[in-house]
Design a protein around this ligand. Sequence first.
Ligand SMILES: CC(=O)SCCNC(=O)CCNC(=O)[C@H](O)C(C)(C)COP(=O)(O)OP(=O)(O)OC[C@H]1O[C@@H](n2cnc3c(N)ncnc32)[C@H](O)[C@@H]1OP(=O)(O)O
Ligand SMILES: CC(=O)C(=O)O
Ligand SMILES: [Mg+2]
Length: 322
Amino acid sequence: MKMKFRTVFNCIKKINIISVRYYTPRRALMYVPGDNLRKLSKAFTLDVDCIAMDCEDGVALSQKETARSTIRSILDTEKNVTRRNFDRAVRVNPVNSEFCHDDLRAVLTAKYLPDTVLLPKVEDKGHLEWFADQANALIRDEAKIDLIIYVESALAVIKCYELCKYTMELAENGKFRLAGVVFGSDDLCASLGITRSHDGAELLYARQKVVLISKAFNLQAIDMVHIDFKDLVKLKEYCEQGAQMGYTGKQVIHPDQVPVVQTAFLPNKKQVEWATGLLESFKEHQKKGQGAFVYKGIMIDMPTMKQAQNIVDILKLTSSSL
Ligand SMILES: CC(=O)SCCNC(=O)CCNC(=O)[C@H](O)C(C)(C)COP(=O)(O)OP(=O)(O)OC[C@H]1O[C@@H](n2cnc3c(N)ncnc32)[C@H](O)[C@@H]1OP(=O)(O)O
Ligand SMILES: CC(=O)C(=O)O
Ligand SMILES: [Mg+2]
């Protein structure tokens, strides 16, 4: 009996709430410096949901122009030359940098639009308005891109709700959809003067706040990067923790991190069996007029049924989108 409880509890505790309007899986969002053609070519061979071609912090100041033109030439080539239908994303420089305008012009006028623009260091409504004006002017015809904003400073954590809400409002008449929020832990550490500990407890409040607000808007929430890329054991632990909190994916910086993250953000076999069994049982009990019932030793009612539905949904959404 004790074992059963543990099994069921383990299934419940890893579940994400994934009420979404449309869905592009981004379990692993992998950064590749935009000026590094070797790494870019390698990235396209990997089994990864999202490739984030970087113009920002992974690129030296002297290489910004090279990164921009390299990414542009990739976007000018057809997407389906690779074996996997990944999300082709570009992280541009922050809107208040001298580079962002040129980045956006290069990527949003390419022959094929990126699927997603990753907008770092967003801190106020003016940043978002500026981005919206640029995107609306540059994107051709009726095309739309996904937008993911970064929360990575003390101010942005405080204003996260307002930033998400305003981006959604701008998106209503814009050529972009707000798809998610990235938790930028490393810049946040710099902003707060944090020295990282092994367990990351100093980031807990912000990490939970970002996922809570993202989910309030039905957005994907993409968890912090693990820069100690050789430590795959800790990476797995952080993935499980993030998934438990409701994060839908995680940023990665090295190919070795990809399989760990891609696996951790999918429900496992045991969870899927638990969820499908519960949903069947739920239907039967509804027919009999019973709202609460016992399944594998624990009480089930509507909230647990919704959690089971989330497991089935994430599996369906992910596999049907790949
Ligand atoms: C806080 C933030 O903003 S995080 C985002 C910004 N940072 C980044 O983008 C960094 C991305 N990562 C990297 O550039 C690299 O992984 C580094 C610099 C950390 C380590 O690079 P390396 O020393 O080359 O790692 P390593 O030798 O283990 O690489 C193994 C192979 O994977 C490739 N590789 C490493 N990182 C990546 C990557 N991010 N994307 C694609 N391929 C990669 C290497 O080119 C190498 O392939 P090769 O043998 O065919 O040349
Ligand atoms: C990933 C990133 O941009 C950060 O952690 O700051
Ligand atoms: Mg950052």
